[in-house]
Design a protein around this ligand. Structure first.
Ligand code: ADP
Ligand code: MG
Length: 274
């Protein structure tokens, strides 16, 4: 069956009386796109924050190729090869695309970084960054200030910056949030290209059912902090518990699980997530 890249085992997170995650377990296989979906309040952001060592669970463990992540400081994750994006755009607007991407290599540039083998002259880093930008479809925009890019391109820069860490696991937090149908479809192609070309597992927390069902190899569904389903997109889409959770939630996204995903607002107000 092959090894497992990430093992989430019995993770429970509580916030003063609220159980945001209740004994959640699942496994991410190498080379898979693994999506975590669920209605609002299901625990998706909490899970993402556990995986990026921002929150520490009261019980359970998260192992990445055998290394326990839940007791690490967030910055140590980068050294292990775990890269994340943020739901709200967090770029330096006045800095060029290339400069923003070079920030993604910060950990590789530090001599004290764990992954010394990736130390290289500045010119080599710059070349690698431009190569990643071309791969992501930003090849014409190297010198453009990030703040002048379209919303969709800014989201691409965020993903490119994560790839500049040369990750062994990519965590994407709602990459299609605020995108229209066209941008969402382009994002879906990009995520699939990353999996196919770089062969790294991708864990995707996503609200847009359409995006997930079109690209995920495996889907874990959360509701009220509990795992209610885990399987292929086909399997979870037919699961009565999943249908009940989504239909009962008054959740707009769930009401339109079309392959292209629902058209969304273009530039959403920043949400308080993360
Ligand atoms: P989702 O991202 O799926 O919408 P969240 O992980 O944000 O869900 O929230 C899961 C539950 O935990 C909700 O009931 C939410 O109100 C609660 N919660 C999340 N973060 C906090 C926090 N920092 N303090 C208190 N309660 C929280
Ligand atoms: Mg959330």
């Amino acid at each position: 069956m092959g090894e497992t890249a990430l093992v989430v085992d019995g993770v429970t997170v509580q916030f003063s009386g609220v159980t945001a995650l209740d004994d959640v377990s699942f496994e991410v296989r190498p080379g898979h796109i693994h999506a975590v979906i669920g209605p609002n309040g299901a625990g998706k952001s909490t899970l993402f924050n556990v995986l990026s060592a921002v929150y520490r669970p009261v019980s359970g463990s998260v192992r990445f190729h055998g290394t326990e992540l839940t007791r690490l400081r967030p910055h140590r994750l980068a050294a292990l090869g775990v890269a994340r994006t943020f739901q709200n755009i967090a770029l330096l607007p006045g800095a060029s695309v290339t400069e923003n991407l070079l920030l993604g290599r910060h950990d590789l540039l530090r001599p004290s970084g764990l992954r010394r083998n990736t130390r290289a002259p500045a010119a080599a880093h710059r070349e690698r960054v431009r190569e990643i930008a071309r791969f992501i479809g930003l090849g014409d925009l190297h010198d453009v200030p990030a703040g002048e890019l379209s919303y969709g391109d800014q989201k691409r820069v965020e993903i490119a910056r994560a790839l500049c860490m040369e990750p062994r696991l990519l965590l994407l937090d709602e990459p299609a949030a605020g995108m229209n149908a066209h941008e969402t479809a382009a994002m879906a192609r990009l995520i699939r290209d990353i999996r196919d070309s770089l062969d790294i597992p991708i864990l995707l927390v996503e609200h847009d059912m359409g995006l997930v069902m079109g690209i995920a190899d495996r889907v874990t569904v959360l509701d009220f902090g509990k795992r209610i389903a885990d399987g292929t997109p086909r399997e979870v889409q037919r699961d009565p518990e999943v249908l009940r959770a989504y239909l009962g939630s008054g959740d707009d996204t769930a009401a339109h699980p079309s392959p292209a995903g629902p058209p969304g607002p273009h530039h959403p107000a920043p949400s308080p997530e993360n």
